[in-house]
Design a protein around this ligand. Structure first.
Ligand code: KIV
Ligand code: NA
Length: 268
């Protein structure tokens, strides 16, 4: 079947079907997710997850393009969405378009994602009017870690709901087909998901079950990451699984039990 597009995500929301998504950075993991996900996000979380960086800020456009190419090769069905990394879109709408165009041209992905609310509505409109489907990302936006003063849950306080609703409305009206709501208290996430003026599909991560869909970082939900936020449910325990395999391998090599005849080439 043909590859899904941003239009299919909008259709899923219109038809009331939950939107399923996960992140992936590699061809092999992406191929496992492909039949089950409406979209796969090549997130800039790859800086932390793959490279052990302290934040997503050092991630470059070249890194995003390389991993997006890998994910495209491993998939045929899911929409692939690629994060615009810090420094690749904030300076101007023109800069944003040039970066987005590189992503779409060099990877074949079907959409980009950028962080920011009302302040980036103009950028979202500029891109969507020029053929680039845009996913927004509001609430806890990791690229703003230095101005947020850490990774904090958003939407608390007297202005919390009003400001986040305004962010969601602004980028939805600017043409975003979907918005990631990250780390947002439940009543505010619920209000955004229910707001009729927010026509973009809401994709929650730490933003309650009221969203139109959900996303998690694959390595977090698989139990491969060392530390995870409260909003992660571990659906697997890959870390223990891998450690068990590595320990057994080391023991068997040490004891001369691996390789066996079955793994050895005979003469002729
Ligand atoms: O980079 C990422 O993985 C993300 C998701 C957590 C939404 O932006
Ligand atoms: Na991201």
């Amino acid at each position: 079947s043909r590859r899904r597009s941003a239009v299919d995500i909008a259709k899923a929301k219109a038809e009331g079907r939950k939107i399923i998504s996960l992140t992936a950075y590699h061809a092999h993991t992406a191929s496992i997710l492909d039949p089950y996900c409406d979209f796969i996000l090549v997130g800039d979380s790859l800086g932390m997850v793959m490279h052990g960086m302290e934040s997503t800020l050092p991630v470059t456009l070249e890194m995003m393009i390389l991993q997006a190419q890998a994910v495209m090769r491993g998939t045929s069905r899911a929409l692939v969405v690629v994060d615009m990394p810090f420094g690749s879109y904030e300076a101007s709408r023109e800069q944003a378009f040039m970066s987005a165009a590189r992503i779409l041209k060099e990877t074949g992905a079907g959409a980009v994602k950028l962080e920011g609310g009302a302040r980036f509505a103009e950028t979202v409109a500029f891109l969507t009017q020029r053929g680039v489907p845009v996913m927004g990302h509001i609430g806890l936006t990791p690229q703003s870690v230095n101005t947020m003063g850490g990774f904090r849950v958003q939407g608390r306080g007297p202005d919390g709901e009003r400001l986040l609703l305004e962010d969601a409305r602004a980028i939805s009206e600017a043409g975003a087909f979907a918005i990631v709501l990250e780390g947002i208290v439940e009543p505010v996430a619920r209000a955004i998901a229910a707001a009729p003026e927010v026509t973009a599909a809401t994709i929650g991560i730490g933003a309650s079950s009221t969203c139109d869909g959900q996303i998690l970082v694959l390595e977090d939900m698989l139990g491969l990451s060392e530390r995870t936020p409260k909003f992660v449910k571990q659906f697997g325990s890959l870390r223990a699984h891998i450690e068990g395999a590595v320990k057994t391998y080391a023991e068997e090599v040490r004891a001369g039990r691996f390789p066996e005849d079955a793994h050895t080439y005979a003469d002729k």
